[in-house]
Each structure stands twice: as C-alpha cells, then as structure tokens.
Design a protein around this ligand. Structure first.
Ligand code: 9PG
Length: 515
C-alpha cells in the first residue's frame, strides 16, 4: 500500500473524475460539510445521512458486530462507510468519493474525504454536483467495471413474492404452508418462498421432520398452484451443533492464531463462517445449489452471506471480498438461470452475480424500539423504521440490481404499525419495484385482502411521490440512556442473556400463531 496517495484540493476543474490505481485517495473539501453519507457494508448495516454534529455510536451488543456491520471498522469515531462516502455542503452542493473495486472504505477526517483500499490499490470516482448527479455518476462508473461484465442477471421484471418468514418465522411445516398455498387463491404472486425453518441445521441443508416428505415433493406442490418454488439457505454459515461443523472443521474461517472467526450469534448459537477459498468447500457449495435446483426451486434466497467476507486468515491468499465473490460466483454458476436474491450480503461484491439484493435490515410488526434505537444504537436490528431508513438511502443502487426492501404488511391484526407506517412500507415496495409479503391470508379482513391485491397489481412509484422523512431520523441518547445502554449491551453479549431475549421473542411469536 502506498503511504500517501495524491491529494486533490479545491473545487472544480472537474465535475467527475476517475482516479486510477490508487491505494489511498484524499479529497480536500472547500469548507466544512453539513452531512455525511455513511454507507453500511452489508444489507442490514445502517446507511444514513449523518449530521456532522451528531455522533453515531457503535451498535450494541458486540456479539452481533460481525452479523450487522463491517467488524473491521465498527469502532471508528469519524464518519465513515463502505466503498462510498459523500458529503452535503452548506451551499447545497454534494461531493462523492466512491471505490470502483472491492475492499475499500471512505472516511471523513475533518474537511477531507479519505478513501482507502485495504490491501491493493484500486480505482476511484470523484464527483461534484447535485445529489442525483453524484450518485448517478457513481452508478455509471460502476457499470463500466468488471462487476458488470455479467449483466445477464439484470432481468426486466421483479417477481412478486409470498415469503414465510414474517408470519411463521421458524415455525413452518409442510402442513401450515400447504394451508397458505391454498388460502392464497388467485392472488397474483409469482413466487412462494419457503424461508428459514425447513432445514435440519445451519450447515445441514436437508429437510427436517416437519418436511418429512422431502423438499422436492413440496416444490412440486407449489408448482401445481402455478407459482415458482422459492427456498432460503444460509450457505456460508455453520453452527457448532451441525454435522458439517463436526465433519469439516478444516473448512471454517480462522484467524492468524488459527482460532475460529466469529460470524455473530443467532439461532441460540455462535455462528462460524466457511472459508470460500478452500476448493472442497466450493465444491460442496456448488453441489448444494445444484441439489436445490434439482428439488425444483427456481427462486433462491441466500442469506447471512456477509460471513464469506469476514476478515480472516484464508487458505488461499486473496482479499476477503474477493474470497466472498469467488464463493458467490461458484453458487451463481451452479444455480444456472434460477432467480438469486442475496441477503445479509456485502453490497458491492454482490453486484453482477445476483438478480436482487436486500438493501436494508428486516422489517418487523413494530415501528421502532426504545431498547434497540436509543439504548443500544442498533439500527440494523429488525424494525420497520430501521428497514425504511437504510433502504431509502440505498435507492441509488436501483439501476444496477433489483433492490429488495423486505416485505410489506397488510393485516392490521398481530401488528402494531399505524396505517401510515404500514402504508409507507407498501409505498417503499412500489418505489423499489419489489413486492413481497408474509401475511397469512387468514389474518386479512376482506378490505385488507383487496388492498393487497391492488398493491400486487399497482405500478411502481417514484421517490418524489412518497414522504419517508418520519423514518430518517437517528435518535440521540442522553447521558443516562447511554449508561443504561452500556449495561444492556454488555449483558447482551453474554450468550445466555441473548438466549433469554430470544426466548421472549419466541413466546411472542408463539402467542401470535396461537391467536
Ligand atoms: C431467517 C431470516 C429471514 C430474514 C433475513 C434474516 O440482526 N440480526 O440479528 C438479524 C437476525 C435475522 C435476520 C436479520 C438480522 O434475518 O433477513 O429475511 O430470512 O434471516 O433467519
């Protein structure tokens, strides 16, 4: 890495400039900026316009850092983000510095935008102008990179999806999903997607007892209703209780001391990652994707993909995002012409290899949470306001890839969103032009069912038509809340406490299902 790259000072002469092969690029701003655009690393990571006078604290608990942020930069104090940084100046003008390669990060240090590649040198785009101009310039420059040699994956149409997650969570079975399949009637969904809950374990991608007749039989059942079968997997994650973990400890990502690299905590377990530079692991990934295609699934949601790009000491020498891309490309090739939706996925390294990408955290049947927002500063955790905020701030990606904002809600039962909040989420789907819901049709009143049908047939909306400002703010904790947050964050990093919170969530889900 060069110790010091070229330094650009002052305003124009350029409106847009390509900088070639530079490890560190510094752009001196003509005056202090008003707001900074922080771009999160993966689907769920916070993406927001940060007021220069506002501090955004690292999210808590720490145990979730690898799962929600780029753990390499989580403790940076200055405003920063992955691959791209932009500033809004007091005169209303914007400057943008964006990487045109992988493994890059941008920082605002006083009055300078600093872009750094982690290992090698790479290209940058600098743009100056209106907000629309600078993001459009970045999109155009990205389209000219090697990511887009494979443009065959930008399909003309986005599918309309019924997804099992936000009504059943892991409580799916052949029986309850068969009922939904029936109850959906003539509603114009293209895809019926089975989410988390069908598999034996995270790593053991074979059907569990709730799908004892096999995933191929269930795909055939979906197909008979005229819909495309969809399925969820988290192929880069391995949990300690899985058979894969026991059989292939040599496939797991390790650090320099040969300790396992944490990929966070979920499903009541520690998460670990596959090293996607290991040929045998790649073969396994390829065979897994061929298997789900052979079962009959033509829409595949690959989740928790960030695990493939965590920092670690990989078997073959390549950067972490190159390793991720190699793993994803292997699966893409094995999936053939199936629709591939990536989720929990690093944004830039996924471009060109998938059809769609989730561009925000999960929605939830609630708007916000004092615990998560104010005490824990965690804006990547499931919550409708968090989902809208990050998704709206990533809409510039739309010309590059299908942008999935997650599902919209139509049922007022088992849901605490106000009509306006539910409407905002529906409008977001129309702005993204990506429509999905998990609503159980039997929870919908006749009028809600009509609204759902109208939504599925509606044409897309432009960003200018909808006011998302209620979702944009980042709440600021006071001193007492910060202290309480530290205590809660510390407690939350103890697995048993996490398990307790999860037990509470589960009780809540069960109560809704029994209702
Ligand atoms: C299945 C789910 C759904 C969902 C995905 C993903 O921050 N978190 O702890 C966190 C947990 C789960 C999660 C996202 C974030 O959800 O986005 O649509 O498929 O997995 O387990």
């Amino acid at each position: 890495m060069k110790p010091n790259g070229p330094v650009e000072t002052g305003f124009s002469p350029y409106k847009m400039k390509n900088i070639k092969n530079t490890a560190k690029f510094t752009l001196n701003l003509p005056s202090p900026a008003k707001r900074y655009y922080c771009h999160g690393w993966q689907s769920w990571s916070l993406t927001t316009w940060q007021d220069i006078n506002q501090q955004i604290y690292p999210p808590k608990p720490k145990i979730l850092h690898p799962l929600q942020t780029d753990p390499c930069y989580v403790n940076e104090i200055c405003p920063h983000g992955s691959w791209i940084g932009a500033v809004e100046m007091k005169n209303g003008k914007f400057f943008l510095l964006g990487a045109l390669g992988l493994d890059a990060h941008v920082f605002l240090e006083e009055n300078t935008l600093v872009g750094k590649y982690e290992n090698e040198a790479g290209d940058w785009l600098v743009a100056e102008g209106s907000k629309e101009d600078v993001f459009a310039a970045y999109v155009t420059a990205l389209q000219e990179t090697e990511f887009f040699e494979k443009t065959r994956f930008l399909r003309a149409k986005t599918p309309k999806i019924w997804c099992s997650w936000y009504s059943f969570y892991t409580h799916i079975s052949k029986q309850n999903l068969s009922e939904i399949l029936h109850d959906l009637g003539d509603l114009p969904f293209d895809v019926f997607q089975v989410d988390d809950g069908w598999q034996r374990n995270i790593g053991d991608w074979i059907p569990n007892d709730k799908f004892s007749t096999g995933m191929d039989a269930f795909a055939a059942q979906i197909r008979r209703t005229g819909r495309t079968p969809g399925i969820w997997l988290a192929p880069f994650i391995v949990t300690p209780s899985s058979t894969l973990f026991r059989q292939h400890p040599d496939w797991l990502l390790r650090d320099e001391k040969q300790n396992l690299v944490s990929a966070g905590f979920n499903w009541d377990e520690s998460l670990y990652a596959l090293d996607t530079t290991i040929p045998a692991a790649l073969e396994w990934l390829s065979a897994l994707m061929q298997k789900v295609r052979a079962w009959g699934y033509d829409y595949v949601k690959l989740d928790f993909l960030y695990a493939g790009a965590l920092p670690g000491d990989r078997q073959m020498s390549m950067t972490r995002e190159q390793a991720y891309r190699q793993g994803l490309e292997t699966m893409r090739n094995a999936l053939g012409d199936a629709y591939l939706l990536t989720c929990g996925a690093p944004i830039l390294p996924s471009l060109g290899l998938c059809d769609g990408i989730r561009i925000g955290p999960d929605v939830a049947s609630h708007w916000d949470s004092h615990r998560d927002d104010v005490l824990l500063s965690n804006f990547a955790i499931p919550g409708t306001r968090n989902a809208i905020r990050t998704t709206v701030n990533r809409l510039w990606l739309k010309p590059l890839i299908h942008t999935d904002p997650d599902v919209a809600y139509f049922a007022s039962a088992r849901n605490t969103l106000t009509d306006e909040q539910a409407q905002m989420l529906q409008d977001l789907a129309l702005v993204c032009d990506y429509k999905a819901t998990s609503d159980n049709p039997s929870w919908l009143h006749a009028e809600e069912c009509e609204i759902l049908e109208t939504f599925l047939n509606a044409k897309s909306k432009s960003l200018a038509e909808v006011d998302f400002s209620d979702a944009m703010e980042i709440p600021n904790p006071n001193w007492g809340e910060k202290m309480l947050g530290h205590l809660l964050g510390w407690l939350g990093s103890i697995p048993i406490v996490m398990k307790f919170f999860r037990w509470l969530d589960e009780k809540n889900i069960q109560a809704k299902l029994d209702d």
